[in-house]
Write a protein that binds this ligand. Structure first.
Ligand code: G6P
Length: 617
């Protein structure tokens, strides 16, 4: 995926754009570029490589303009190269564009433009955009040689109407040097505003140090920006009003604050993230509150099926939450991978409730699945960490995790916040439905409130995990085993390890081991077992015994009484209600992935080939 930043104001744009790009590098980091307006001409400096390399280029010092756009790329169309890096300009050097998303019909558009004499210098889909804008601009000028910003807006709008696909665009023009136009469709873009300055970005944290006041665009809404003015337009170019949203996140939370990496910082932020996400929603003696979710008993009684739909780590949070919903609400709950759900003709009707979990709120597959569910009559709830994100604008209801900005590609605090939120949602529904045992709910609430402290205690394992990482960092394969809710944590632990240490790992329900994977177990292989469910612990121990017999090295994460001497390493975590155990048992596994990655000298926060927010299919 890509990240875009823009600035229009009274200061030199380049340093602001570079700082923004550095913060957005998690979204893509194979090339970077900046374009500014310089004395009525457009300048572009770009190349493959990271933002740091762009910053060190000689030409970057020539960029003095106060209007600029910038981009960090994660290649989709065309390899990482200077030619393919953004910004892209049209043949006449009139328009410069950065783009996050994918133009699906770029081939047709490119043919049309080539037939009209345009030449292309890159392999990207994006290069059609400035040329298409110019194509309409030329037509306009042929009819009417008027140079108002309305002309600029009209030609950008005309181009957008031709484009199929997803895009967040920033466009500047040498003919309109005081303006910038931005528009989005199915790709993220936020606008930060101050008196004489406007900041544009793919996400809030990248520009949070400048302003807390943000505007959010809906699909195909256009913003015409000047340093001291913003006007918004719908697709028909009627002017529309937009409300400013005040974002409460602390700017410091987007910095490393003395930690070596964002991931480590975010792991240690989990007690706060959980405390903030619980907020005032839970107290032992009162009913759980979700003001933003005004569902009645009648509406909930009408629901006969719940889907939880998400991707990656967010999907694992859904798996960890499925059981608590079924147990407390007695409504069958299915967890689906968004990219599968959207193409498998799922059974949805007006008795279905679909819950979509997404840290960023911008994951393309999750948004598409949401649109499908909504179209088929389902009620939809978005769970996101980002206020105003696309998913929250599409869903009937939105509830937020308050984990604060998560910068590292590998998700940690967002996962545990999602798990706690789904637990609270289950309690909220159960209390409205008056279905479950009051004492059971009361106990669960008590345990939820104790969680931040227990997470703090779990961090005591860090040093031992670090030492264990030193022993296994050169391994080629690692297995994660668990049963029930522990298996969902095995999945997430295995994903963390793959993502940032590049070690091949598999997660299995412990009982499935004997149906094939045990053939892979040989002397010295590492097997990690998660044992927190009292009812299943003996069964899992038996399965782990089988791998010990075959020479495996074992690490156990547990809060149960088991014969510790059987295993090579045992990490004891605090006792906790089984529904909440993923929030504690994942912590040693997050730390393990982190320390292995460090031991291997890898870039923990920006693992190869991955992007934090996957805004294309
Ligand atoms: C990407 C990230 C994962 C994340 C997934 C879903 O694959 O690398 O860390 O879990 O997207 O992201 P979301 O923002 O929808 O939670």
């Amino acid at each position: 995926m890509c990240g875009i930043v823009g600035y229009i104001g009274t200061k030199k744009a380049c340093p602001i754009l570079l700082a923004g790009l550095t913060r957005l590098e998690y979204r893509g980091y194979d090339s970077a570029g900046i374009s500014t307006i310089e004395k009525d001409c457009i300048k572009i400096v770009k190349d493959k490589g990271r933002v740091k390399e762009l910053e060190n280029k000689k030409e970057i010092k020539d960029l003095q303009g106060t209007v600029g756009i910038a981009h960090t790329r994660w290649a989709t169309h065309g390899k990482p190269s200077k030619e393919n890096a953004h910004p892209h300009k049209d043949n006449s050097n009139t328009f410069s564009v950065v783009h996050n998303g994918i133009i699906e019909n770029y081939y047709d558009l490119r043919n049309l433009l080539e037939e009209n004499g345009y030449k292309f210098y890159s392999e990207t889909d994006t290069e059609v955009i400035p040329n298409l804008i110019h194509y309409y601009y030329k037509k306009e000028l042929a009819i009417n040689n008027e140079h108002t910003v309305q002309t600029f807006l009209r030609v950008v709008r005309n181009a957008c109407l031709d484009i199929k696909g997803s895009y967040a665009l920033e466009i500047i023009s040498k003919d309109f040097p005081e303006y910038m136009i931005v528009v989005r469709k199915d790709s993220p873009l936020v606008i930060g505003t101050c008196k004489d300055e406007k900041y544009i970005s793919s996400d809030i944290p990248a520009i949070l140090s400048y302003t807390r006041d943000f505007y959010f665009l809906n699909d195909l809404e256009f913003a015409v920006l000047k340093n001291d003015d913003i006007k918004f337009y719908d697709t028909n170019l009627n002017q529309i009003d937009k409300k400013i949203s005040n974002i409460e996140w602390d700017a410091m939370s987007s910095e490393k604050n003395g930690y070596e990496d964002f991931m480590l910082k975010e792991i240690y932020e989990q007690p706060t993230a959980i405390r903030e996400t619980i907020g005032s929603r839970i107290s032992v003696d009162n009913k759980c509150e979700f003001e933003e979710l005004p569902l009645t008993k009648k509406e909930l009684e009408n629901i006969d099926k719940i889907y939880i739909i998400a991707c990656g780590t967010a999907m694992h949070a859904g798996l960890a939450g499925k059981n608590v919903i079924e147990k407390l609400c007695r409504i069958p709950t299915e967890v689906d991978i968004a990219s599968e759900f959207r193409y498998r003709d799922p059974i949805i009707n007006n008795r279905t409730l679909s819950i979509f979990i997404s840290q960023s709120g911008e994951t393309a597959d999750t948004i598409a699945a949401l649109k499908l569910a909504k179209k088929s009559g389902s009620k939809t709830i978005a769970i996101s960490n980002v206020i105003g994100s696309s998913i929250t604008r599409e869903a009937d209801y939105s509830i937020y995790t308050h984990a604060g900005p998560e910068i590292a590609v590998a998700s940690t605090k967002a996962y545990t916040s999602q798990v706690i939120l789904v637990n609270m949602l289950a309690i909220y529904f159960a209390e409205i439905l008056e279905k479950s045992n009051k004492e059971e709910i009361r106990n669960l609430k008590k345990e939820i409130l104790e969680l931040p402290k227990k997470i703090g205690e779990t961090f005591n394992c860090a040093e031992r995990i670090k030492q264990f990482a030193k022993k296994i960092y050169q391994e080629k394969d690692v297995f994660f085993l668990g049963r029930g809710i522990d298996e969902t944590v095995a999945k997430e632990g295995s994903l963390k390890l793959k993502e940032i240490s590049y070690i091949h790992s598999e997660s299995y329900p412990a009982g499935e081991l004997k149906h094939g994977p045990i053939a892979l177990i040989e002397s010295g292989i590492t097997v990690i077992g998660i044992l927190t469910d009292k009812l299943l612990v003996d069964k899992t121990v038996n399965n782990i015994q089988e791998v010990i017999t075959r020479g495996a090295r074992t690490l156990i994460i547990t809060n149960q009484n088991v014969n510790y001497s059987m295993f090579d390493e045992v990490i004891i975590i605090p006792k906790v209600n089984t529904f909440l155990s993923p929030i504690l048992s994942i912590i040693p596994l997050q730390l393990l992935a982190y320390y292995i990655s460090k031991e291997k000298g890898l870039d923990v926060d920006k693992p190869r080939n991955l992007a934090k927010s996957v805004t294309v299919e």
